[in-house]
Design a protein around this ligand. Structure first.
Ligand code: NI
Length: 225
């Protein structure tokens, strides 16, 4: 791999330090993007001063790099969600490595930063996946609950489900390719804030978990260390 000279990027916005042991935090996470509604979502997040985490798919980082650059510049966290979304438990370790590396490279090229968190596609991981994640120095981050947005595709249902599963230090699975998720985001953020939540990144809510590279969080049922 040849390292190109780092391009000059706008300085990242300073994040307000949020202590999630002292205040109510929640991490909204958006998978498989940047999706085509990412720009509208970023506008909403900016308007309400909310931070989010994007688990990006390398192939879309390549086709929509401007969104990725903007995500980083506006203080959101960027995670790795593979290049083409295969089930990591069904492909060889070498192929998993390739999926992760290509996405790291694409994000670096687009935004000048490298993801430090991995979310395996479908949340599917095994010990071999864990070994590869460890090689990249990344813990694997799943979610505490889902918004079911990809299934309901309904603004009210997405809001209702998200509020039903919201909890302090929750990590919520959503998708920025679901139009209804993005359409309902202003109202959802307002409601979460009214309930006292600070919308922060995954790294903010896992700060005290002391995760090591290759660890999985939350630990899924049936996971053997
Ligand atoms: Ni996905």
């Amino acid at each position: 791999m040849t390292l190109a000279p780092a391009p000059a990027f706008a300085q990242q916005e300073k994040k307000e330090p949020v202590d999630c042991t002292q205040v109510k935090c929640i991490a909204l996470t958006f998978d498989d993007g940047p999706g085509k509604y990412a720009g509208t979502l970023l506008d909403t997040l900016k308007k309400y001063d909310a931070k989010a985490t994007f688990f990006l798919e390398g192939q879309y980082v390549k086709s929509r790099p401007a969104y990725v650059k903007r995500m980083a510049a506006e203080g959101h966290e960027l995670g790795n969600h593979s290049y083409s979304h295969p089930d990591f438990t069904k492909i060889e370790a070498g192929a998993v490595k390739n999926e992760i590396q290509k996405t790291q490279d694409a994000v670096k090229k687009a935004a000048g930063v490298e993801p430090k968190l991995l979310r395996p596609p479908y949340g599917m991981a095994d010990l071999a996946t864990s070994d590869v994640a460890a090689e990249f120095g990344m813990p694997m981050i799943l979610w505490t609950a889902g918004s079911q947005d990809w299934s309901s595709k309904n603004v009210e249902a997405i809001q209702k489900q998200t509020l039903a599963v919201a909890k302090p230090n929750g990590i919520i699975l959503m998708h920025d390719w679901v139009k209804q998720t993005v359409d309902g985001m202003p109202a959802l953020i307002k409601t979460l804030k009214n309930k006292g939540y600070h919308l922060v990144t995954v790294s903010d809510v896992i700060k005290n978990e002391k995760l090591e590279p290759g660890d999985i969080f939350p630990v899924p049922a049936g996971w053997e260390q």
